[in-house]
Design a protein around this ligand. Structure first.
Ligand code: SF4
Length: 181
């Protein structure tokens, strides 16, 4: 037996919580509908907060990254990008590191926090619009990743996916490598 085959098998910790039905065949329409309405009626941009907190709530119920696998409207939207339209570039190795994902997480969450502090006093109309623009920028970046690399390449670095992976790791007491899957 070679040293390779003697390696301990990767510890997979499947969740015992019931799975949410797969909504990703149609959940992309939530993103389109929400952005369309919120661009006309800015207070509806507040719905973006629900999009941000749903993955966290699902992860906190012990379902790990089930939101990514079954629900995420943005992931569903990215999945619509035809693979033949992608340049198929290789994702740079540094983007797979936890250091990079922590930096991106800090930059995006920090920006969002500052925007909230500055905007909340200005009222619902302005707040909804700022959340919408923030989410549209993130979605635009995700789509750019899709065309450069592969449709769901954004999921490699996505701060929400990274957050739920970390929560799963904390709740299951997994290693960082297991938690980031
Ligand atoms: S990694 Fe991000 S974009 Fe991808 S499915 Fe998960 S939450 Fe959605």
């Amino acid at each position: 037996m070679t040293a390779e085959t003697q390696k301990a098998p990767v510890r997979i910790l499947p969740t015992r919580k019931p799975w949410i039905p797969n909504l990703q065949t149609w959940s992309w329409s939530i993103t389109i509908l929400w952005m369309s309405i919120a661009n006309i009626w800015h207070p509806f941009g507040l719905y973006g907060l629900l999009c941000m907190f749903t993955p966290i709530v699902i992860a906190l119920t012990g379902r790990g990254k089930m939101h990514c696998a079954r629900v995420c409207p943005r992931g569903s939207l990215l999945g619509l990008i035809p693979r033949k339209w992608c340049l198929g570039l290789k994702i740079p190795a540094f983007m797979h590191t936890r250091a990079f994902r922590w930096c991106l997480w800090g930059a995006m969450m920090g920006t969002f926090a500052v925007l909230m502090v500055l905007t909340i006093p200005k009222g619902v109309e302005r707040l909804g619009w700022v959340i919408l623009v923030f989410m549209e920028a993130a979605t635009g970046l995700a789509i750019l990743f899709g065309f450069l690399f592969a449709p769901r390449a954004w999921c490699t670095v996505c701060p929400m996916g990274f957050t739920t992976g970390n929560l799963r790791r904390l709740l299951n007491k997994q290693t960082p490598e297991e938690g980031s899957r």
